[in-house]
Design a protein around this ligand. Structure first.
Ligand code: DHB
Ligand code: FE
Length: 284
């Protein structure tokens, strides 16, 4: 049986991927963020998950205004690297897990979630900036990745409650997959940020701290928030945190936080967490 051993949370931004590629991790500007990745890299090396289920979003790269699925899953054996306008990053294609992705696609329908199934889905910074910061990747990636895409850009977007429920449903589906896989779930994006309009540059560190606390201990209360409530606190793009709720929904009620870091120097409240799943501890 496959089992979920932990949930990880990571920011995403094009600048993070560029800093990885420039090896700029020790500059004064980036060190507080990349120091936060060190325990995550060590954890991944130690825990050796077979698969990461990645809750991520596309930024009008592979989807555009003509077609925007609310939820989508990438089932390819290899995920291409997208060109977001300044050339493709020199990264190997990211290996997928087609069997698990199809299992999730089928089983989720039975549980009331009808995801768009994508046979080809080039990944953008939403996926690649966290993955490249989290693990070695020059020759090949050490883990297979099943991306689940959430529309967080163009209304109507799914509610926080729906995202949390999707996480729960995914846990159930993972546990009905026959192969003995160790699965980690990774939520990307957020926390507070606003990239347009009068409140451009809005960051709310108090809210971000509160969000992280409640994510760990009382995620249902976050899942009950409306988009408006999330945006009032965390800015328009801060609504991206619904992807962190997918991640938390996939974990057991009680988790053990083994890592938490927060940094805001740029346009985004960058947070990193590892929650080990107390029902499926990784080192057994
Ligand atoms: C930026 C882009 C993002 O997608 C995001 O979530 C945060 C920041 C950026 O361009 O800085
Ligand atoms: Fe984003």
């Amino acid at each position: 049986m496959a089992r979920i051993i932990a949930g990880l949370g990571s920011p995403h931004a094009p600048a993070v991927g560029a800093a990885v590629d420039r090896r700029d991790e020790d500059s004064a500007y980036w060190k507080p963020l990349f120091d936060g990745y060190k325990p995550m890299r060590a954890w991944l090396e130690r825990a050796q998950p077979d698969v990461i289920i990645l809750f991520t979003n596309d930024h009008f790269t592979s989807f555009f205004l003509d077609i925007i699925p609310t939820f989508a899953i990438a089932v390819a054996g290899q995920h291409e690297i997208a060109d977001e306008g300044w050339g493709k990053r020199a990264l190997p294609e990211v290996p997928g897990h087609t069997e698990l992705a199809w299992h999730l696609s089928r089983q989720l329908v039975d549980l009331g979630f009808d995801l768009s199934v994508c046979h080809r889905l080039p990944l953008d910074h939403g996926s690649l900036s966290p993955l490249s910061a989290l693990m070695p990747h020059v020759q090949q990636w050490p883990v297979k990745v099943v991306p689940i895409l959430v529309n967080v850009l163009h209304f109507p977007i799914p509610t926080a409650a729906r995202c949390f429920q999707l996480g729960r449903a995914i846990r159930e589906c993972v546990e009905s997959f026959e192969d003995d896989l160790k699965v980690a779930v990774l939520g990307t994006g957020g926390l507070s940020h606003q990239l347009a309009g009068e409140a451009f540059g809005h960051i709310n560190p108090q809210w971000d701290e509160e969000f992280l606390e409640r994510l760990e201990n009382d995620p249902e209360s976050l899942a009950a928030l409306t988009h408006r409530e999330l945006i009032e606190r965390g800015g328009t793009e801060g609504v991206e945190v619904i992807m962190w709720l997918c991640m938390r929904g996939a974990l057991s009620r009680r988790v053990r936080r083994v890592h938490r870091n927060y940094y805001h120097a740029t346009l985004t409240g960058y947070a990193q967490v590892i929650f080990e799943d107390l029902e499926n501890l990784p080192h057994t």
